[in-house]
Design a protein around this ligand. Structure first.
Ligand code: FRU
Length: 485
């Protein structure tokens, strides 16, 4: 461990220790979503499964719940997606090439080994715009040696990107492609155009630029966190464009996150058709998702239940309680007729405790904050579910809405989406979030919110289908590293 690592970890763990108890005692501490032990969390990173163990890394800066500290990677592991062990800070900014933060990236499994890739962010001192000058975007691979020590290997620097790119090139996602490897990076071109760069490698060490992938006409000034998802012959490019104008029924957040079906495989795909961009999520808090294929062959997505640059619009009152943000539920992605569907994995059914059938006009009070609701056989009649008089989930005349009262939404008001017909709704309410899966996961609405009470009163105002609620037990998340299994 070098001196920089020691200094970073000392400060980070001190920050964690200061706020951890406050967070553990916070009624808004999530029961079945991964969140930072203390301080700030953003993107999920390095998602993979190896030897049966799921690894979830995350952008972490424990020193400051507002995210002002330098980013590191925190680390959780699990055998079953329900019991989690915090394993501490795995990567921190301790080299010249990542001195301003260990930014987002991925993990790939090759044999018994996990290779991690991330962007080492460097902001040079001086007067720069940090777009065209003053920033280094270093792509780095991390190797774990058999003796447990780790080596960071610098793979690509600003010199390796095309001349028409700014210094914003980041978020490597790597996957096996036939007998070789591909890496995709998100970027901002000069002239403010978002795009992605595809690299290829035979050995994960040496990377060559293969091509650029962008939209037919400009679609945002920057693309963050790209990913490529394949289902048989069908390929999709997922990314987070910044700079798209807001509309009434789509693109309602400051930045977007979605996917475009590609024509042909990634090596041969032409420009992505921005008219076919589908948002992953229609709620207030969803960004920077990453997917991986687990050992059962499921394509699983996890997103950040948050967004950058929302100050002034809405907020998260947990900051005063020493922490901010959480990840979404893991979601199994399936493909049907060129569309991607998201649903919680079957494992989450194991959290169900007591069941409460519910009929129209009826109100049920559940004494825990963790609740699942399933509404099926809906037949295009108006639907409306109210939670604690603070949240209204409704569908009528082809429009789905999610509304929060002022206090509980902390500035969040309404999100809407055009949904032609309604067949099913599945709601997962945690102590400070709600995720709504509509029509078997064709649409999802994800939001943080801050209920006053930790009991859940659910009122089904309209529905012409079957409805059932379940109280849920929380996941088990062990934060004490000394209790490692
Ligand atoms: C997305 C993002 C990434 C970057 C990371 C830094 O939220 O901006 O592009 O790598 O966050 O924390």
């Amino acid at each position: 461990m070098n001196e920089k690592t020691k200094a970073y970890l000392l400060e980070a763990y001190e920050g964690e220790a200061q706020n951890r108890e406050k967070k553990e005692n916070d009624p808004w501490n999530p029961g079945f979503h991964l969140s930072p032990p203390a301080g700030w969390l953003n993107d999920p990173n390095g998602l993979c499964q190896s030897g049966g163990i799921y690894h979830v890394f995350f952008q972490y800066s424990p020193q400051d719940p507002c995210g002002k500290g330098l980013r590191s990677w925190g680390h959780y592991t699990s055998c079953d997606l329900l019991n989690w062990q915090y394993r501490g800070i795995f990567l921190c900014p301790d080299e010249w090439f990542d001195r301003s933060g260990v930014y987002s990236g991925c993990g790939v499994v090759s044999g018994n080994e996990i290779f991690l890739f991330y962007t080492g962010n460097v902001k040079e001192e001086g007067t720069f715009d940090y777009i065209l000058a003053g920033r280094q975007a270093n792509q780095v691979m991390v190797l774990q040696r058999p003796d447990g020590t780790m080596e960071k290997k610098l793979l690509l620097t600003n010199e390796n990107y095309p001349d028409n790119y700014t210094c914003h090139v980041r978020d490597p996602k790597v996957w096996k492609h036939g007998s070789s490897w591909r890496m995709i990076l998100g970027g901002r071109k000069k002239g403010d155009r978002g795009a992605a760069l595809l690299y290829e490698s035979e050995d994960l060490y040496c990377w060559r630029l293969k091509k650029e992938i962008t939209s037919k006409i400009p679609f945002g000034y920057m693309w963050e966190c790209p990913d490529v998802l394949s289902f048989g012959e069908k390929n999709f490019l997922s990314f987070c464009p910044q700079g798209i104008s807001r509309e009434e029924y789509r693109f309602q957040n400051v930045y977007q996150s979605g996917y475009i079906p590609l024509k042909g495989d990634i090596d041969h795909a032409l420009e992505a058709d921005e008219n076919c961009f589908t948002e992953w999520d229609m709620g207030f808090d969803f960004y920077a998702p990453q997917t991986f294929v687990d050992q059962q062959g499921r394509r699983i997505l996890i997103g950040w239940m948050g967004l950058p640059d929302i100050e002034g619009e809405y907020g998260n009152p947990t900051v005063e309680r020493g922490w901010q943000h959480c990840l979404t539920l893991p979601r199994v992605i399936t493909e049907k007729k060129g569309k991607l569907y998201q649903n919680p994995p079957a494992e989450f059914l194991k959290l169900r405790q007591d069941s409460y059938p519910l009929s129209e006009g009826q109100s049920v009070e559940i004494s825990v904050p963790y609740v699942e609701g399933e509404f099926t056989e809906l037949t295009d009649q108006p639907f409306s579910l109210v939670i604690n008089q603070e949240v209204e989930i409704a569908w009528e005349n082809g429009v789905f809405t999610l509304k929060f009262s002022n206090e509980s939404g902390a500035g969040r008001k309404t999100r809407k989406a055009k949904i032609d017909g309604l067949a099913s709704v599945r709601v997962y309410a945690d102590s400070s979030s709600v995720e709504i899966f509509v029509n078997d996961g064709e649409f999802v609405f994800t939001s943080r919110y801050y209920p006053e009470s930790q009991k859940r009163q659910m009122v089904l105002e309209h529905s012409a289908g079957k409805a059932c609620l379940w109280s849920l037990k929380p996941m088990k998340v062990c934060l004490r590293m000394e209790e490692k299994d």
